[in-house]
Design a protein around this ligand. Structure first.
Ligand SMILES: *Cc1c(COP(=O)(O)O)cnc(C)c1O
Length: 387
């Protein structure tokens, strides 16, 4: 049984007629760039989140860059963000003219550690970019309190957390501005690149919309960039949006089944969800000291896993200039060699999940059908060396 890490085609097949119709419509109208489908999506996504404005753009990375420029980042300004994320979160700070300041993460939730944010604040700090990593909201209560106390803006990177909630409130509605990615594999994914920034601040939204479209169509009130969502992507997103709540529920059911089936595997720590947060499981990430050996075993069994991400951001060559060592981010550093993302997508079958967990138990020699008191006496896997 071959189990892919994600299966975008399986989802397409469930909505093929709707999607094919939407694509045909865009072609019939030649509504390729901007146009009615893009306007409709901006409106629909703002409504889904309960925010005033949604400014669409070409991808989730541009969205962060555009938002940072909109917030008025100046050379030398310091922006605090998570050491454990995809590089879009930090590279855009530099591209927008600011200085990246990394923070450690909470070891169990993988989200930015508010206590470390406080330690990293200097007179040059202007804002914080929390990431709702893997689909679990960051600790927005603590983060917003810190921002208020120190007069900092907050930009939420929601690329992995469509419809996730903190204390019942949707992510993307806490900070001054929030950004989303609609990369194909994201919880709401286009069939190409797409992204957006959302905000309740009309002035910021107007500025971002103008900046992203050459500083204004026809009047060029400033120099901008070209970052537009195309009509095909918008039409696809409009078609998929009504399905998002059900897909999110399906992801949660997948996670619950994994949690249950892995409960008696001592070598594996399943994702911890804080009680005030609703996780949307863009990724289902376990931790184990035997990560590399387990991954190899699963690959040999035809089960495809991923590392999100192989290293914490400060330890990539791109950030060698910051001269950080493991002691600067102990949790993010420890997690980089423990994390393993298991296959998850709304259409994955129970049988596939059972096969994944069965193979994990095989790897650790947890006998099938034995009670929880007899498991993992002798793991066959040896701990991976941390490099
Ligand atoms: C995917 C992602 C982005 C960037 O989105 P793109 O649409 O791929 O540019 C930004 N931040 C995080 C955390 C992501 O996962």
């Amino acid at each position: 049984m071959r189990i892919p890490f994600v299966d975008l085609h399986a989802q397409y097949l469930t909505i093929k007629q709707e999607i094919d119709r939407a694509i045909a419509e865009v072609i019939a109208e030649s509504a390729y760039i901007r146009g009615p489908h893009v306007d409709a999506f901006e409106e629909a996504w703002a409504r889904a989140l309960g925010v005033k404005r949604c400014v669409s753009c070409a991808n989730g990375t541009d969205a962060i860059y555009i938002a940072l420029r909109g917030l008025g980042l100046k050379p030398g300004d310091e922006v605090i963000t998570s050491a454990h994320s995809w590089i879009s979160t930090s590279e855009t700070i530099t591209q927008a003219g600011g200085r990246v300041v990394f923070c450690d993460t909470d070891e169990e939730t993988f989200t930015i550690d508010p206590a470390d944010i406080e330690r990293k604040i200097t007179p040059a700090t202007v804002g914080i970019i929390p990431v709702h990593l893997y689909g679990q909201p960051a600790d927005m209560g603590a983060i917003m309190a810190i921002a208020k106390k120190h007069h900092l803006w907050v930009l939420e990177d929601c690329a992995q957390a469509h419809l996730a909630r903190y204390n019942g409130q949707l992510v993307g509605t806490f900070g001054n501005v929030a950004t989303f990615s609609f990369y194909p594999g994201k919880n709401l994914g286009a069939y190409g690149d797409a992204g957006c920034a959302v905000t309740n601040d009309d002035r910021l939204a107007d500025w971002m919309g103008t900046f992203a479209r050459h500083g204004g169509k026809g009047d060029h009130v400033m120099e901008g960039i070209n970052s537009r969502m195309d009509g095909l992507q918008a039409a696809i997103l409009n078609t998929k949006l009504p399905h998002l709540p059900a897909w999110t529920e399906a992801r949660r059911r997948v996670a619950e089944l994994y949690n249950r089936l892995l409960e008696d595997v001592d070598d594996v720590t399943t994702p911890k969800v804080s009680s005030d947060r609703d996780h949307v499981y863009h990724l289902y990430v376990i931790r184990t000291e035997n990560r590399d050996a387990l991954r190899k075993h699963l690959t040999q069994a035809g089960i495809y896993t991923a590392l999100n991400y192989p290293k914490a951001l400060p330890f990539y060559p791109a950030y060698a200039y910051l001269d950080h060592g493991p002691k600067d981010f102990p949790a993010a550093y420890a997690n980089q060699s423990r994390i393993l993302s298991l296959p998850i997508y709304p259409e994955i079958t129970e049988e596939a999940i059972e096969e994944v967990t069965c193979q994990i138990k095989n790897a650790f020699k947890v006998g099938p059908g034995r009670g929880p008191s007899h498991h993992v006496v002798q793991p066959v896997l040896t701990p991976t060396a941390t490099s």
